[in-house]
Design a protein around this ligand. Structure first.
Ligand SMILES: [Zn+2]
Ligand SMILES: [Zn+2]
Length: 183
């Protein structure tokens, strides 16, 4: 859905959209499990700079929800993440940034982005919000033990028979010395 400045000049735009998995490209690491639902309102905010200059910003306020799956960063088991987020965003025309100090209080409270040309693609804003809402690394649980670096066993399911690598090296060094002494 393309939100056009010239439409906003007449009226705010209410949106209510549903994106099936794959409709928005979330990158190769995320699997969307259910339709992504978003609704809200787009408004035109006019910033007056001096007597003649008016900058047209798009304010996007609403919420979104969906469920996503990714591999645990430690043990690579699938992790499901229920996502529900409210947003209040301000998009300014690219290249017209007058500096944050000139923004009003209300504008400063909103997150600021930029649009290019005639308006803003809602899907781009939604994608950005989804990615921002997710933790940098998804893990299945706080104390996930991960995989054994030697045999690859999932250590959440029990210990493997590999010994800790640090200890291994120390014993190997001792054995080397002993072997030399015995020669
Ligand atoms: Zn894990
Ligand atoms: Zn192991």
């Amino acid at each position: 859905m393309f939100i056009e400045i010239k439409d906003l000049e007449t009226n705010p735009i209410d949106f209510r959209e549903e994106y099936s998995p794959g409709a928005i490209d979330l990158g190769p690491d995320l699997r969307q499990l259910s339709p992504l639902h978003t609704e809200g309102r787009a408004d035109l905010v006019e910033e007056h700079h001096g007597k003649h200059k008016i900058i047209q910003d798009i304010r996007l306020k609403g919420k979104l929800d969906t469920s996503l799956e990714a591999d645990c960063a430690r043990c690579i088991e699938p992790v499901v993440h229920q996502l529900s987020r409210e947003f209040d965003l301000l998009y300014r025309p690219l290249g017209s940034d007058a500096g944050r100090d000139e923004l009003s209080v209300t504008d400063a409270e909103a997150e600021i982005g930029y649009y290019q040309g005639e308006g803003l693609l809602l899907e781009d804003a939604v994608r950005e919000q989804v990615l921002l809402a997710l933790p940098l690394k998804m893990i299945c649980r706080e104390d996930c033990k991960g995989l054994c670096p030697q045999c690859g066993k999932n250590l959440n399911e029990g210990d493997c028979s590999c010994t800790a690598p640090v200890q291994d090296l120390r014993w190997a060094a001792l054995k080397e010395i002993r072997d030399k002494l015995n020669q």
